[in-house]
Design a protein around this ligand. Structure first.
Ligand SMILES: Cc1cc2nc3c(=O)[nH]c(=O)nc-3n(C[C@H](O)[C@H](O)[C@H](O)COP(=O)(O)OP(=O)(O)OC[C@H]3O[C@@H](n4cnc5c(N)ncnc54)[C@H](O)[C@@H]3O)c2cc1C
Length: 393
């Protein structure tokens, strides 16, 4: 099959959906290719419960999002599904709660009714043709066969830098031993009279099992989140990065071990069971573009502004070190920094943009930029930039 478009978006996580929406709204004929059968990417695979990165830092309840736009639209649609949803405060930050199914519904609702946007699910981008420093064609594989797409611009929203890698654009990634801990989530149902203590007692009992050497050290960073009803909850376990089949088998084995410890140690978990698991390992750090500019730790913590700043963020630098576990370095209360458009543009492939997890950022800066709220706004800005380039040559 041969298709043609103005903007091709690779990957339909939150960044990809926002990029495709914005490009299409700017008048570009847009195609989004996503290898899963649903939108939302890591947020869905890893059963996230909160959108992080939407608000400025500090203790005061936020009166609006930092970037507005599609991030606001998504929150508005989520609120229609659960009226009364408000940002919740956790430590020094505010988060927007959501249920996984509602995020899929919302992303579908916004994208399926969008004019000039074609959504190709179960379609994986597998190669690209570069000519004179521009991507001319993108090749994808779907259930029905090969697809060749000619395009004016490409936005890599694959999370793992698939198009950046395939096109030979400059990229960077930390060596395997330096990458942060990855995550794997599972849902528990049948919890009886849980009370409010599970987020504290779950890590406590898993840490005890680590001390007794029953499970590996990194499981002591296990987190527990309340589900949509009192009787369900979500456990997020930490594991070393790598998405091989053996690593997924290992993650499932440790999920079962963690649940076994909880069922043995906490009365309310005794008759519970695991009813859902992540479909893969959720990586915090993957291959990223080496863009026209690389955002640094100093930029984030000093609240730096840029002449081409397009996205605001105030999320702390959140790193999941293998030895130290999670650490958070916060901006000053009320402060925020900007991400410049140059972090979304390839210096060597003229019509290649990126958004979401694969923008040009140091590992530390990525610890702040990679959360969903920021990824949505990055997608929106990449969509705008890619469409502008095409319409006004
Ligand atoms: C363990 C863990 C917990 C987290 N918790 C939170 C949280 O609670 N709140 C929060 O806001 N953020 C959280 N994050 C961060 C957040 O999940 C992601 O960084 C964010 O969702 C990334 O969005 P994205 O669109 O850039 O990428 P992704 O969501 O990874 O989407 C990329 C999409 O591209 C598709 N794709 C990949 N390759 C191809 C290809 N070749 N062709 C076609 N499609 C392709 C994938 O299937 C995927 O759907 C967490 C991250 C991790 C790892």
């Amino acid at each position: 099959m041969r298709l043609s478009c103005d903007v091709l978006v690779a990957g339909g996580g939150v960044a990809g959906i926002a990029a495709a929406l914005r490009a299409a709204r700017e008048g570009a004929r847009t195609i989004l290719a996503e290898m899963n059968s649903f939108p939302g990417g890591t947020a869905i695979n890893c059963m996230h419960r909160y959108i992080c990165g939407l608000y400025s830092s500090g203790h005061v309840e936020p009166d609006g999002t930092l970037n507005g736009g599609i991030a606001d639209e998504i929150c508005t649609e989520l609120k229609k599904l659960v009226p009364g949803t408000k940002p919740v405060k956790m430590g020094k930050v505010h988060l927007f709660p959501f249920a996984t199914g509602n995020l899929i519904k919302t992303l579908r609702l916004l994208s399926e009714k969008q004019a000039r946007l074609d959504l190709l699910y179960e379609t994986k981008v597998v190669s690209v043709k570069v000519q004179n420093g521009r991507i001319r064609n993108v090749f994808a594989r779907s259930n029905t066969g090969e697809i060749e797409i000619s395009t004016q611009a490409v936005i890599d929203c694959s999370g793992e830098g698939a198009v950046i890698r395939l096109s030979g654009a400059s990229s960077h990634i930390s060596p395997p031993e330096e990458r942060q801990l990855a995550g794997f989530c599972f849902k528990i149902t049948g919890i009886e009279e849980p009370g409010d203590m599970a987020p504290v007692s779950v890590p406590y009992y898993i840490s005890q099992a680590v001390i007794e050497k029953k499970v590996p050290d990194y499981l002591k960073y296990t987190k527990f989140y309340q589900g949509d009803t009192e009787s369900e909850g979500y456990c997020l376990i930490s594991i070393p990065p790598g998405d091989s089949p053996e690593r997924i088998r290992e993650a499932k084995k440790y999920a079962a071990a963690v649940h076994g410890i909880l069922a043995d140690s906490i009365d309310s978990f005794r008759n519970s069971s695991i009813t859902e698991m992540s479909s893969g390992i959720a990586e915090r750090e993957g291959l990223r573009m080496k863009g026209e500019y690389m955002l640094t730790e100093e930029d984030v913590l000093s609240g730096r502004k840029f002449h081409d700043g397009v996205v605001k963020s105030a999320w702390p630098i959140e790193l999941w070190d293998r030895e130290k576990g999670p650490t958070y370095r916060y901006l000053e209360p009320g402060a925020w920094y900007q991400i410049p458009l140059r972090c979304l543009k390839s210096p060597d492939i003229k019509n290649l943009y990126c958004a979401g997890r694969c923008i040009s950022a140091s590992p530390e800066a990525l610890g702040s930029t990679r959360v969903m709220g920021t990824c949505i706004s990055l997608g929106e800005q990449a969509g705008l930039a890619a469409a502008k380039e095409m319409i006004v040559p």
